[in-house]
Design a protein around this ligand. Structure first.
Ligand code: GDG
Length: 738
């Protein structure tokens, strides 16, 4: 992990909820920040950015929805030494459609795999757009270049792109706190909505999810919805890329580790244990929600009691349900279901002296919560779906005594980290019953072993590491930026071009004259660019030098008097002449290379071989295997190490592995052309590794220009493919002026 301070000016957080309460004092309103995990994470992040907490030169700004009570308060008082709160007010009808409608009645159930609970209402989507726009208006009022804007969660999926459109150079992070589901679920959304949501998120520079599964599902949606190329963790847009990674959120380990020893917690714990006559305690706490699996959990406990009468009277299940949205139909239903199930189980097994379940529908104070975390014997955390679930992590961190058992649903994000928990499927009530029995009978040594391992993990992966890793990912984006900046001296360049008598222009095709697209057959230069190319070709030797085959290039540049070089220098076509074959190497390498590739075609459905005239290519863009990139590297290694009749070059491109004879390259052909004429102006522009051969072969006075990021032999750089278009346009205008 890097320790360097990040160079952002200010930190701006945007989330649906503001993590503050406003206390009215005689002096006026006082802003009090709550002590949640996100606030601690943000504070530590600000510290790393060089913003000290006390007397900060620049405070942390936090935007969130402001309810009516905040409207009465003087905005100037909505700040303390550390934070400035920016309430976002909106029309009540818009808020209802945005929050209760689109966010909670559609995205929440859908993304937690409860599609039958989801309501698809057009008006809700309109309100969602309007609400995101309200956030944008508030944000753009004070965002400045150099700020880092970190947007949170599913209520604000459109905001990253809205902000990107409004302020293209701002640095934006986005973190998704709930599961991102498989494309089968996303597909249920109307086409325009899913398009807007995925595109919306892609406005960020870094997108974070809790687990690698959610990352993969998101990538799957991106590729289905947008056709954008994906290379490893990056989604490549025309002018920038988006890094998508897992950043599992965590907790303030020390806080939970230490609070268990505080007097009020110790006293409350003892009080509870006495009340429950020192029975074994099973504990759970969740917000009222259908995703939490509360009824199944109760049924699992019922089954345990049924099958283990010897445990009657010796165990109590303390189940706390925190009130939430109980005015809404589905929530009222599950509340009724939970309460009926509790009543039934207590009626069935309870005695005058023993209540098997102590149920409360309330929220606990932090002391009560800590007393139960540290006083229970089993924490029974069984959501049917949960983005991460912090309760289980808090329980583990609070058990300094190394006593207690965590039973955890495999469908919580946390299960991917807390492998020493007793992992269950929450709908399998027999498995839950067995796990309870296993937990109650678990030896102290075994409890200790499991807790130690999980605690070590959480100690190392706490919430500060989470925010720090997120910030470090931005550092990487930033530190790549100098690499990305255009440094071609445009004025002198245009001047030299205009003055020259014999001009040679060598342009790569994909990523240079045409943007990179998912379906290679669809790559095209724009009409404006074609006009400019025509103008340039009339007045210079213009060579399009590409890895593409002959017929493709001929079709695209039909009617423009350009030189075409196909298949990385194997063929050359001068204007109005036939193709010449520059590469004369024997073809007996093809069959053995094809048979190596064929093994991969057979193994990976969706992959195929393209046969060019002087090269063969394995395409694997449509392959879904998780480890496909590793497999591709293996194929490339195998081909490089193979014994073929002539030396071969193996090129690893975007979702392709290409093999061709080593004798020809873009470099050899560039050299060949420029040696035939006494040019006094040469420019060569390209974006990928094969263009490096060309940059190397040209004389050092030539303008060699790399497009995009990455190490290069070129003298200059253009940041984006569109910059090529602008440059060529200016060159063609210069010709007219001359
Ligand atoms: C989203 C995702 C993801 C709960 N009851 C009481 C109480 N709590 C505190 C816990 C814990 C937090 O609330 C609940 O944790 P979650 O993980 O469920 O967080 P949410 O913000 O609700 O949910 C979730 C999370 O975001 C973080 O990314 O893990 O999957 O749905 O901190 O301690 N605190 C007190 N009394 C209670 O009764 N004092």
């Amino acid at each position: 992990m890097k320790n360097s301070k990040s160079s952002f000016k200010r930190l701006l957080i945007v989330s649906y909820r503001l993590p503050f309460t406003v206390k009215q004092t005689e002096q006026g309103a006082e802003l009090i920040q709550n002590s949640g995990g996100l606030v601690s994470a943000v504070l530590s992040m600000a510290e790393r950015m060089g913003q000290s907490q006390e007397g900060m030169a620049s405070k942390i700004h936090w935007l969130g929805h402001g309810d009516a009570s905040l409207q009465q308060i003087d905005p100037a008082t909505l700040e303390n030494d550390t934070f400035v709160a920016h309430p976002v007010f909106m029309d009540e009808v818009v808020h209802k459609g945005f929050y209760e409608g689109f966010s909670n009645d559609l995205i929440w159930p859908l993304f937690h795999y409860f599609p039958s609970y989801a309501s698809f209402r057009e008006s809700d989507f309109d309100h969602y757009q309007q609400a995101n726009t309200r956030f944008l208006e508030e944000l753009t009022a004070f965002v400045e270049p150099g700020d880092l804007v970190w947007i949170h969660d599913f209520q604000l999926m459109l905001l990253p792109d809205m902000l990107r459109q409004a302020m293209p150079n701002i640095t934006i992070g986005y973190f998704f706190h709930i599961p991102f589901p498989s494309y089968e679920i996303i597909k249920l959304l109307p086409r325009t909505w899913r398009q807007a949501l995925v595109r919306g998120i892609l406005g960020a520079d870094i997108v974070g999810f809790h687990t690698v599964d959610y990352v993969q599902y998101f990538m799957q949606s991106v590729s289905e919805v947008t056709n954008l190329p994906i290379i490893g963790q990056r989604i490549v847009l025309p002018d920038r890329s988006v890094v998508v990674r897992d950043f599992p959120i965590s907790i303030d380990f020390n806080k939970f580790n230490l609070t268990g020893q505080e007097t009020d917690v110790v006293e409350t714990r003892q009080h509870y244990q006495n009340l429950l006559r020192n029975n074994k305690i099973i504990f759970s706490v969740d917000r009222l929600d259908y995703t939490k699996g509360i009824t199944y959990r109760l049924q699992g406990y019922e089954r345990f009691l049924l099958q283990n009468p010897d445990w009657h009277d010796k165990v109590t299940f303390v189940i706390t349900v925190v009130p939430s949205r109980d005015k809404i139909g589905h929530y009222q239903e599950i509340k009724r279901e939970i309460e009926e199930t509790v009543g039934r189980i207590n009626g069935l097994f309870g005695t005058i002296g023993w209540r098997p379940i102590v149920y409360s529908y309330t929220s606990l104070t932090f002391t009560e919560l800590m007393a139960l975390y540290t006083g229970c014997d089993i924490a029974l955390i069984t959501p049917i779906r949960d983005g991460m679930n912090l309760v289980c992590k808090e329980f583990v961190a609070s058990r300094q005594d190394l006593h207690g058992v965590l039973i955890l649903s495999e469908l919580a994000g946390a299960a991917q980290e807390l492998k020493e928990a007793v992992i269950i499927n929450p709908t399998d009530t027999q498995e839950v019953a067995d796990a309870i029995k296993q937990g109650l009978n678990m030896s102290p040594q075994e409890q200790e072993r499991r807790l130690l391992s999980m605690r070590t993990h959480l100690q190392n992966h706490n919430v500060f590491r989470w925010s720090s890793e997120f910030l470090t990912a931005f550092d990487d984006v930033l530190s790549n930026q100098p690499d990305m900046e255009t440094d071609l001296p445009v004025q002198p360049f245009i001047h030299a071009f205009g003055e020259a008598r014999q001009r040679l222009l060598l342009f790569d095709f994909d990523g240079t004259l045409a943007p990179i697209v998912n379906d290679p057959a669809e790559a095209r230069p724009s009409e404006t660019l074609k006009k400019a190319l025509y103008q340039l070709a009339e007045n210079s030797d213009l060579v399009v030098i590409s890895g593409r085959n002959r017929s493709f290039l001929e079709k695209i540049f039909d009617g423009i008097p350009v030189y075409l070089v196909a298949e990385h220098g194997a063929f050359l076509k001068k204007p109005d002449q036939d193709w010449e074959r520059l590469d004369l190497s024997a073809g007996d390498w093809v069959e053995p290379a094809r048979s190596v590739m064929n093994q991969y075609v057979e193994r990976f459905e969706g992959s195929f071989i393209e046969e060019k005239e002087t090269a063969i290519v394995w395409h694997y863009r449509k392959v879904e295997a998780d480890d496909i990139e590793t497999q591709a590297v293996e194929l490339a290694t195998q081909l490089r190490g193979g014994a073929f009749s002539i030396p071969l070059t193996v090129i690893q491109g975007s979702k392709v592995i290409e093999v061709k004879p080593a004798q020809h390259s873009k470099g050899t052909v560039a050299l060949n052309i420029f040696e035939q004429t006494p040019y006094d102006f040469i420019v060569s522009i390209g974006d990928d590794t094969t263009d490096e051969d060309m940059f190397r072969q040209l004389p050092n006075w030539a303008y060699t220009v790399k497009v995009g990021a990455g190490v290069s032999n070129a003298r200059y750089r253009l940041a984006r493919q569109q910059d090529v278009e602008t440059l060529l346009q200016r060159m063609s205008e210069a010709l007219i002026e001359v």
